[in-house]
Design a protein around this ligand. Structure first.
Ligand code: TXA
Ligand code: MG
Length: 357
């Protein structure tokens, strides 16, 4: 079983040493918890894929603690000068933070980390514990989200303990993650600059610095663009997704434990009053209202993102069989939240142990 560590300097030093020696350490970042391994150690990397039951064709993000370390992972000289300039601008404006850049890789980064691609994903997390750990390790740290492949990402140490506790060596408990959705993955290596995964850094923030970027359309994307695998972030419950304000009031089986997931309190109360109106009279015993949760009472997309995985973990723990969720507004962090909800939809039902997708 994993040993839980605190964020004390002594514990971080110990975790850093463990990483250097090839052990696996789960750690907090501002987005979600990562499952860390020394990026240049193929044995440690193999254990990461094994622990997550992740297919080796899905590459990992390499984390660094300062901009100077970028050269140990990426080779910017392979980029045209004007593209290099855009990379520099993004880095000075948006790192550290929830932005992962796809760049030509250095030969020292093993194929296993990048799934044989000639590019590497690099990120400088803003979380002080993540930075301190990577510094203590003294090496770049490859880290996917610390969840079994295809399942919800962890935003608390307890999520990691529950899901992967028997497969990692240490878990640093740094409390709740503040952003709550994974980093935005931006491909700077190809002819067009593309967002491969919407995430914790809104597209608008990127475009304010380098102008328009392309956004991969999730409905047409296929797995040649890594990160676009169809079933991801899925809860055990089967989730149905509806436009904002359009969760249906009837039409599901009464025997199925159900929960509704709303964007804000206004949306929940509208739905609940319509539900009560509809069901009054038809059931004099007064059938109980379905479980419901709100991502952000006041309708803040920041708060909704921070609560998303937490709420889904909670509903799964309650043993709810079906979740009816509404989309959130498609601006700022909205696309990242909607992407996770979209990928959590019910088709994934029937998976056993969430390990095969
Ligand atoms: O916020 C985050 O990004 C978290 C924390 C721990 O940093 N990490 C994370 O890692 O979400 P993971 O492995 O769950 O997602 C990494 C994504 C995957 O969608 C992967 O396909 C994509 O990055 N990726 C990695 N290397 C790539 C590459 N060379 N080209 C294109 N996509 C890549
Ligand atoms: Mg992940």
């Amino acid at each position: 079983m994993a040993e839980l560590l605190s964020t004390s300097p002594g514990d971080i030093e110990r975790a850093g040493r463990a990483l250097r020696e090839g052990l696996l350490v789960a750690f907090p970042t501002e987005t979600v918890y990562g499952l860390g391994a020394k990026a240049t150690d193929t044995h440690a990397l193999a254990r990461v894929f094994e622990a997550k039951r992740r297919p080796t064709f899905d590459p990992l993000i390499v984390h660094i603690a300062e901009v100077d370390a970028l050269a140990t992972v990426a080779d910017l000289s392979q980029l045209a000068a004007d593209r290099r300039e855009l990379v520099q601008r993004l880095i000075s404006a948006l790192w550290p933070g929830p932005l992962t850049l796809i760049l030509p890789k250095q030969p020292s980064i093993p194929d296993l980390a990048t799934s044989g691609l000639s590019t590497a994903a690099v990120r400088l997390p803003a979380h002080p514990v993540a930075q301190a750990l990577i510094r203590a390790a003294g090496v770049p740290v490859a880290a996917p989200s610390a969840n079994p492949f295809g399942y919800l990402s962890p935003t608390r140490a307890e999520h990691v303990l529950k899901q992967l506790g028997d497969r990692v060596d240490f878990i640093i408990d740094g409390g709740r993650c503040s952003v709550g959705v994974e980093s935005t993955v931006l491909d700077m290596s190809g002819d067009t600059i593309s967002i491969l995964r919407p995430g914790g850094l809104p597209r608008e923030r990127i475009e304010a610095i380098i102008g328009p970027v392309h956004q991969i359309d999730r409905s047409t994307a296929h797995p040649t663009a890594p990160g676009q695998l169809p079933s991801h972030y899925a809860p055990r419950a089967s989730l149905s997704l509806f436009p904002l304000g359009e969760i249906p009031l009837q039409g599901w089986s009464d025997s199925e434990p159900l929960a509704c997931l709303f964007f804000d309190e206004a949306s929940r109360s509208r739905w609940l009053s319509a539900y009560s109106r509809l069901h009054t009279g038809t059931d004099s015993a007064g059938s109980p209202l379905p479980e419901s949760r709100v991502l952000s009472p006041s309708g803040s997309l920041l708060e909704a993102a921070a609560n998303l995985f937490d709420v889904l973990h909670e509903l799964d723990a309650l043993g709810v069989a079906r979740i009816l969720a509404e989309r959130v507004p498609d601006r700022d962090l909205g696309p990242a939240i909607n992407d996770r909800l979209y990928k959590a939809r019910g088709e994934a039902k029937g998976r056993t142990g969430h390990s095969s997708t």
